[in-house]
Design a protein around this ligand. Structure first.
Ligand SMILES: CC(C)(COP(=O)(O)OP(=O)(O)OC[C@H]1O[C@@H](n2cnc3c(N)ncnc32)[C@H](O)[C@@H]1OP(=O)(O)O)[C@@H](O)C(=O)NCCC(=O)NCCS
Length: 171
């Protein structure tokens, strides 16, 4: 059973494993395909604990952590935030879990944090992610051509967004 809990310090080793997984980091980060390390993720977590504008959650199969997701740059003024998700364990992708948990965090963003808009960035070739976001009502707001470089090729990058209220028909 899929469960969502607070992102905790004990998840740091999982963050290192997941973010260093080539099946994950080929799609995420400012620079694709880069591994992370324990010191980097400890530093990330220390900053996270001080940052009131970030809310992250660990996705679990019962008690087993399988990935994480969160909202960053939460702006009370603009009423928006940036969505991030990574299912880090290879056996758990493509099984409908992403859809379930993103619905949960959208509900959290719109109904708990009272956001107006949820933004995200995604590599255009990340078909699973783009399809998933579109199926939940996210729309493409912009496209940056050849924005990221990975394994000798440039990739286009999409900005997508979901609005609270009447424009959000798919939830
Ligand atoms: C992107 C990600 C979160 C999607 O989660 P998931 O659990 O694998 O996706 P789901 O099984 O819930 O699939 C949801 C929808 O995505 C689409 N999808 C999933 N896998 C797909 C694939 N390999 N090819 C095409 N579409 C796919 C389907 O349309 C599916 O909707 P439907 O079956 O209801 O029509 C997950 O694969 C992941 O963490 N990938 C690595 C990191 C990453 O890319 N993060 C996002 C960065 S923006």
């Amino acid at each position: 059973m899929i469960k969502i809990r607070k992102h905790l310090k004990k998840d740091i080793p999982c963050r290192v494993k997941w973010l260093s997984n080539p099946n994950v980091n080929k799609f995420i980060g400012d620079e694709l395909g880069q591994k992370t390390s324990l010191p980097k993720e400890k530093a990330w977590f220390d900053n996270y604990n001080k940052d009131k504008n970030k809310k992250f959650f660990t996705i679990c199969d019962n008690t087993k952590p399988i990935g994480f997701m969160g909202l960053s740059n939460i702006s009370k003024i603009n009423k928006n935030a940036d969505l991030f998700i990574a299912i880090g364990e290879d056996d758990y992708r493509g099984k409908g879990i992403g859809k379930i948990v993103i619905k949960w965090i959208i509900d959290y963003g719109f109904n708990k944090l009272k956001l107006h808009k949820i933004n995200l960035g995604v590599i255009k070739d990340n078909v699973a992610a783009v399809n998933l976001y579109k199926s939940l009502g996210f729309v493409i707001e912009g496209e940056m051509k050849e924005e990221v470089f990975y394994k000798n090729k440039f990739y286009d990058f999409l900005s997508m967004a979901l609005f609270n209220g009447k424009k959000n028909k798919k939830l």
